[in-house]
Design a protein around this ligand. Structure first.
Ligand code: AMP
Length: 267
């Protein structure tokens, strides 16, 4: 596995590879967990070269958010990526992606302003801009995203469609820990007690999914099951299909999760 931090070097490394085989890209912010590894696996199984980016994108964090304390462990990530069969790890620093004078942004419109976008103004502008840059730098045939961030996947899908980007998106199911909590780098912030409290989130989404199947409104059912957890939002949205989405606060940690309502299993 090659680890590269400069755009120019990455382009040089990928150009001959692109002629030989297709490139699969997995954009990440690092602190790898089984959710990330499932995307690396999917990319590897498609054949071709597997490129993974690690970039904690300052443009998608609000001023009062967790950019400074977001978990970072590049050594461990590099080991896990290598073991997962990743070919190229792209780890640019913030100046490489946003050099002095950078001032061009992707405006994602309404889809980027509701729910997660309402709670985190400019979040999806940052996400879309960095994804567009990564797509242009890596020029992958396929890019892999997790259903865990359902609105993000929907925003990126809309950008690919609206801007005629020449790549396929592959959105993979949410990977959960044995207790049902969706894997997230932010789970590391939770104390043992908070982690137990956080289990009300997947339980509420499942209860909502079951209610929907019975023909009931999933939102009040899920809200009741959330109990003492404070929800930033709990709502049904059309993110490639009807999706029950929620963001909750557990102590100082903000967690998001969702289930598709039109699918057999929660993912
Ligand atoms: P992140 O590093 O949190 O920005 O996530 C990088 C990619 O991994 C995004 O496409 C996420 O949606 C995806 N991802 C994060 N957590 C999970 C999970 N539990 N299951 C599946 N994909 C995930």
């Amino acid at each position: 596995m090659r680890s590269i931090s400069r755009i120019g070097e990455l382009r040089e490394a990928l150009a001959p590879e692109r002629a030989r085989s297709e490139i699969g890209l997995v954009p990440t912010m690092g602190a790898f967990h089984p959710g990330h590894l499932s995307l690396f696996d999917a990319a590897r199984q498609a054949g071709g070269l597997v490129a993974v980016s690690i970039f904690i994108n300052p443009a998608q964090f609000g001023a009062d958010e967790d950019l400074a304390r977001y978990p970072r462990d590049l050594e461990r990530d590099a080991r896990l990526a290598e073991d997962a069969g990743v070919d190229v790890l792209f780890v640019p620093d913030a100046d490489e992606i946003y050099p002095p004078g950078f001032d061009t942004w992707v405006d994602v419109g309404e889809l980027g302003s509701l729910l997660e976008g309402a709670a985190r103004p400019d979040h999806f502008r940052g996400v879309a801009t960095v994804c567009l840059k990564l797509f242009e730098i890596v020029r992958p045939a396929r890019a892999y995203f997790g259903q865990k961030d359902a609105q993000q996947a929907a925003v990126v899908r809309q950008m690919v469609r609206d801007l005629d980007l020449d790549l396929q998106l592959d959105v993979r199911p949410t990977v959960r820990d044995d207790d049902g909590l969706a894997w997230s780098s932010r789970n590391a912030y939770l104390s043992l007690e908070e982690r137990t409290q956080a289990l009300a989130l997947p339980a509420a989404l499942l209860a909502g999914q079951e209610a929907y199947r019975r023909g009931e409104d999933p939102v009040p059912v899920a809200r009741r099951r959330l109990g003492a957890l404070t929800a930033d939002y709990l709502s049904v949205a059309d993110f490639g299909g009807p999706t029950l989405v929620a963001a909750v606060r557990v102590g100082t940690t903000r967690l998001i999760d969702n289930v598709r309502l039109d699918e057999e299993k929660s993912a």
